[in-house]
Ligand binder design. Structure first.
Ligand code: EPU
Length: 348
């Protein structure tokens, strides 16, 4: 590693404990807060490709740190948000990768541009949102995505990714498929969303519909839906600042139709959602609860009492504690239902 030649904004031995929402202890050998693309250019000019391992950090809200990080952690803090364009059909809204996602959603709603309200209060940054195609309450980012710009740490070029190039799937994108979220090849610098002017409320999701009904709102506007989503999330999902967590810890498993039928025959209460491809998505939270893990701890970590899909750090946990609980839950769910649960966060 040619550390000596690295720019002076690179810190040594940075503490990451406050920079991951599971509050796991870890240090980064090298750490840089990136507020400007120019810093990335400087970095690319100060090392030979392959000399240094990178990891791009956003809000740290979908991350399990197994231990110290040997390499350079790039903490994305590029800010800025603007109306990038407008045509007869849509507003195009752009934000820097380091913007807080929820603040950005609230800002678009305040400007009178609806469309992101179902994704309110999702932790993390704008730049991280496309990587796992964040989703909630009947909407995925992919449905509002227009394009993103990313800096290629191998070539020093800025590359544009449109929706097709991102190859979005359920909590998935080309960045995960290619492992770029781990090797730091592409650093997302800004994201542009397309918010259609022909807005329609998305309130099919039972929890949100019930919250609106409780508020006596029959024809909600986007801000009212956003408020309802915030209330529902606060009720079920722990605030990482109070109880460290990474949101859903596992994907909802998608199984073949025949497998779903077999499971439903013996477990008629299992929540299930048929997918366009004929397969069936199952509720991981329900499987975990039925396997006896809701509100149960293993050492300093546990599965949250109000939402069994959320793994929480009750204090003092390490990455090894998280892995032990993950494996115990996976084991018991396979044993009881024959279904494999895969973790949602990125492991480093
Ligand atoms: N359920 C249980 N027990 C539990 C938790 C859930 O029986 O402990 C049942 C619920 O009663 C419901 C079903 O499972 O019938 C689904 O639960 P919920 O509506 O809470 O949503 P989820 O499938 O657990 C997904 C996303 C969340 C997103 C919500 C709302 C994944 C992995 N998770 O959770 O996303 O907020 O739907 O749309 O897809 C995240 O990805 O980090 C995340 C929080």
């Amino acid at each position: 590693m040619r550390i000596a030649s690295l720019p002076d904004f690179v810190e040594l031995e940075a503490n990451l404990a406050q920079r991951n929402t599971l509050a796991l202890p870890a240090h980064a050998a090298l750490y840089a807060r990136i507020t400007d693309v120019g810093q990335l250019v400087e970095l690319v000019n100060s090392y030979a490709p392959g000399d240094l391992r990178f990891f791009v950090l956003g809000g740290g809200s979908n991350l399990v740190l197994s231990g110290d990080v040997d390499g350079l952690v790039l903490h994305m803090a590029i800010c800025g948000r603007e109306l990038a364009g407008e045509d007869a059909d849509a507003w195009y809204v752009r934000a820097g990768a380091g913007e807080n996602w929820h603040d950005f959603v609230q800002w678009t709603l305040a400007q009178g541009w609806p469309g992101l309200e179902n994704l309110a209060l999702i932790p993390g940054t704008v730049g991280a949102a496309p990587i796992q195609n964040i989703g909630a309450y009947g909407l995925e980012l992919a449905e509002r995505f227009h394009a993103l710009m990313a800096f290629d740490m191998q070539t020093g070029e800025i590359v544009r990714f449109d929706r097709t190039a991102c190859r979005f799937g359920y909590r998935d994108s080309v960045f995960k498929q290619q492992g770029w979220h781990l090797d730091g090849r592409f650093v997302i610098t800004d994201v542009t969303l397309r918010l259609p002017k022909a807005w329609a409320p998305l309130t099919r999701y039972a929890d949100v519909a019930a919250e609106l009904a409780a508020r006596n709102i029959a024809t909600p506007d986007a801000r009212q839906i956003g408020d309802a989503v915030v209330t529902v999330r606060r009720r079920k999902l722990p605030d990482p600042a109070v109880l460290p967590n990474t949101g859903s810890f596992f994907h909802n498993p998608v199984v073949a139709a025949a497998a779903a039928e077999r499971l439903l025959a013996s477990h008629p209460g299992l929540p299930h959602y048929p997918q366009p491809d004929g397969r069936v998505k199952l509720a991981a939270g329900w499987l975990i609860e039925q396997a006896g893990w809701k509100g149960r701890d293993l050492g300093p970590v546990g599965m949250y009492e109000k939402q069994a899909l959320v793994l929480v750090n009750r204090g003092g946990a390490t990455g090894a504690d998280v892995v032990a609980l993950m494996q115990a839950v996976q084991h018991d769910v396979v044993e009881k239902f024959g279904v494999e649960l895969t973790p949602e966060p990125v492991f480093l």
